[in-house]
Design a protein around this ligand. Structure first.
Ligand code: MN
Length: 305
């Protein structure tokens, strides 16, 4: 059997493994505690996925909820996915978009964008969700910035698992979200306890993140606050889920060369990351302007190099 040729800039699928990476606790914006499952010290990426925040469930009926002031991005796409609550997104393209559970916000920074995120004034008492970043591959880092809101995504019921295809393709369904390298993201719920095989692309590497209930994959129990990295070369995953469990599956072709990250920037070299910090702090025009956010823009911390 001849192996498939590997596209330029992508790495061959690594062997299958089971490795746990503990998420770290971070503060997002003005005081919201979140768990960051990517990057960790020992695992920087899973395919093109380079950042994974799990926030909540948190009661925001008393406080001001989420408040993340205007800040820039380069070299990535942000994927926002809510289980509960709402977030109001504003960006330098003039977008003003409320996102609710079941919808996808996809922001493509390309060569530069800025945005803010806040809980709207009229809001649900609880917030719970995920924000991911997907690194743009070589050749797509200088594309123009874009923002898309997808009110509906493909849903598949599979062996008692209720799956939503966030990005890429899974279970024969393709998300409309525009991607730039081979990638998949799946939200999985189990209203009832069930066991089911979940088909995977063996060319991808994968990881799973538990956000509720009890789930095991190939006999390995998931724990909240851990990313379970699965490696590649798997064509199926045996899922066992309790009633009301929920988890995310992320995967994709690994890049041949890992990306560098500093603050809200993804790049290929330190000079570009330093330049982005200086330009943002100097209010250079490349990142545009976010209008209507009632608060201060964030400052870029300068890198140690
Ligand atoms: Mn952001």
């Amino acid at each position: 059997m001849n192996p498939e040729p590997i596209p330029a800039g992508l790495a061959p699928a690594p062997p299958p493994v089971m490795r746990r990476f503990a998420a770290s606790s971070k503060t997002l914006g003005e005081g919201m505690e979140i768990r960051r499952a990517l990057p960790t010290q020992a695992r920087r990426m899973v395919g093109p996925w380079c950042f994974l925040d799990h926030f909540g469930p948190v009661d925001i009926s008393g406080g001001q909820g989420m408040r993340v002031g205007p800040h820039p991005h380069i070299g990535l796409q942000t994927v926002t996915w809510l289980y509960e609550g709402e977030i109001l997104h504003r960006d330098s393209l003039g977008s003003l978009q409320l996102i609710r559970p079941g919808q996808l916000n996809l922001m493509t920074s390309g060569r530069g964008i800025s945005h803010s995120e806040e809980s709207p004034q009229e809001r649900s008492p609880r917030m719970h969700g995920l924000q991911f970043w997907i690194a743009l591959p070589d050749g797509a880092t200088e594309i123009p910035p874009a923002f898309e809101h997808y009110p509906e995504l493909p849903r598949v019921e599979h062996g008692g698992l209720h799956c939503t295809v966030l990005v890429g393709e899974a279970l024969g369904q393709r998300s409309p979200a525009r991607m730039y390298s081979p990638v998949m993201g799946l939200d999985v719920r189990s209203p009832q306890a069930t066991t089911a095989p979940l088909p995977l692309d063996s060319q991808f590497e994968h990881a799973v993140l538990l956000t509720g209930g009890e789930v095991s994959v190939d006999g390995e129990a998931l724990h909240t606050g851990e990313l379970l990295y699965l490696g590649g070369q798997r064509s199926s995953l045996a899922v066992r889920a309790s009633a009301d469990a929920r988890f995310a599956v992320i995967g994709g072709r690994a890049f041949a060369d890992p990306v560098l990250m500093w603050w809200n920037f993804v790049g290929r070299d330190k000079a570009a990351l330093s330049a982005a910090c200086r330009e943002w702090n100097a209010e250079a025009p490349g990142f545009g302007e976010v209008r209507g956010y009632d608060g201060a823009r964030l400052s870029a911390p300068l890198p140690p190099w």
